[in-house]
Write a protein that binds this ligand. Sequence first.
Ligand SMILES: [Zn+2]
Length: 694
Amino acid sequence: MTGRWIAITVVATAMATWAIGPDLVAQTQSAEASDAGKIYERLPGLDTQLIDKSADPCADFAKYACGNFSKLYPIPNDRSTFGPGAMLMEYNQRVLHTLLEKAAQGGSDRTSNEQKIGDYYASCMDQDAIDHNGLAPLQPELDRIAALKSKDELTPLLAHYQMIGVNAFLNYGEQQDFKDARKQIASLDQGGLGLPERDYYFRTGEAAEKTRKEYVQHVANMLKLMGEPESQATSDAEAIMQLETALAKVAMDITSQRDPNNIYHLMPVTALGSLTPDLSWTQFFKDTDTPPITEVNVANPDFFKGLNALLSSTSLPVIKTYLRWRLINSTPSEVLPKAFDDEHFDFYGHRLRGQPEQRARWKRCVQATDAALGEALGQVYAAQEFPPSSKQATLQMVHDIETAMDQDINTLDWMSASTKVRAKEKLRAIADKIGYPDHWRDYSKLVVVRDDAYGNAIRAMEFENERELAKIGKPVDRGEFGMSPPTVNAYYSPSMNDINFPAGILQPPFFDPHSTDAENYGHIGAIVGHELTHGFDDQGRQFDGNGNLSDWWTSEDAKKFEAKADCEVKEYSGFTAVGDAKVNGKLTLGENTADNGGLRLAYIAFLEDAKRKNIDLSQKQDGYTPLQQFFLGYGQNWCGDTRPEQLRVQVQTDPHSPRHFRVDGVVQNMPEFGQAFGCKVGQPMMPVNYCRVW
Ligand SMILES: [Zn+2]
């Protein structure tokens, strides 16, 4: 994951999610008059109001299932994309808001966690204090840059930056060893860019050139706000762009990073001295409080070679300018004075993603508190919002879908018996994690001060990075969740070999206790199937049941898998998102495989469920048969709309396909869909030739 405000780096394959993560969702704030202030309730499991009956389900199923969604729920001005997932996030935010307002009222009877979440939120909400302080809270950091006398003094500063979340030159953290998942090791990765991805520095075409021009202007505007005269800010911004472009040149693109073998180079720490001799690695590990280590994963050794050449050839004043930019750019903008916050939004929210307005401050502060103290806030949230019955029902569905996968493996005509045995071993080893962790994170050492928004943000980041780095050399905690309980998302981790469903997503419309089984299997069942299939997509299949990167496939089966996957690469590469921006079939392969496999597994599991419960598959409800309800439930997961600017960012950075294709791209690969809706072979949603991996 890359983002401007995230915990210390996690390598690219660490998490395969169901939807776009908050790190890629524009940070936002607003005026009150627009529809950004609209109150959203939870949608029901199947919402027939969303269906556009004038559309032909066999021609464009997404349009049929969701055609009325954007008329009823247009994208609010404080978002760049909107759908049922975002609506549920809005709902969850209101729940959290009430909890936080109460905790923020103070009083001596607050628990330690209530003090922390309440004061974190209150300090973030205090825009007047933040504006009044100006850049004073950052002054010690700025002084430290100004005091650099030679490049030899860079190492301690870069180590410090890793701890406080400043993304300069590189990223450092811990990961499970790809080849021995029992081990937690140190991990170094490329970093230091302000644009979303390395190709943003090189892509041709009008839109790409415009973004680069606007980015340089944004850098100059921020430097001006920091006190530089106009002409200096302009030339400094050019120098920063030149340096970042040179860094991008030696960085690996996101599609190549999908292959775990490309980002795994375990080496003795002493080898770092020959890759990047200009940094003092002994000091770096000491200053980051890294436990004693003998080896480190260098995700991209070429980057670290290139970084050394760049550090040698770039003058100290340019490096200092770059560091000042990385400092201000990496600081969460909601704790910066309003002028900085507005300028940050103008580029990253408005120009890059097409979002008309900043999001209300309270929403951003709820999100920031969730990011900093997710399990303190989430503990209260889960106790209030997640009944044991929901956990039980979800667990039952997860088991049904795992059984469906076991059966599905039996029926694969292309896979040999020996690979099937290994696939089933892996399937049986998958751990299911539902709702929230059994053991809550201990925040007692994190200091939160009511009137110190910047300090709180930095201390929370340091606390999290220290927590991550302290794992190195220790056994893996298999109970840990990588998402906070209120999150509307889910993920599979190949190293843990587990599927994770936070409480936040286990509610209507995705899981609705009042809805039919058919609808629930289409909604949450397909999401469960999606995460499970990630264990067997182009990335996940390279890891075994113990979470180790090891090839358990016969070479013939692997070739057959690749040919089948290639069908999906071609299918999705044919989809145009906006203008000249097409879906990248290779970047989205894992997600598309998970979408396709997930819906099929949910379908098999639903048929079993219907058999068990004697559900009459011809009995209509709301005008739809159970199988039609199943597919409508799935289609309605992806209702909604995305602004054109955000669509472009999405296809260039996000492994998930745009929402429309997550529906049509999948159902056209399932003749069972065409049969349920009476389509004819040859119609768009029931083509003669279709793709199937799982
Ligand atoms: Zn996914």
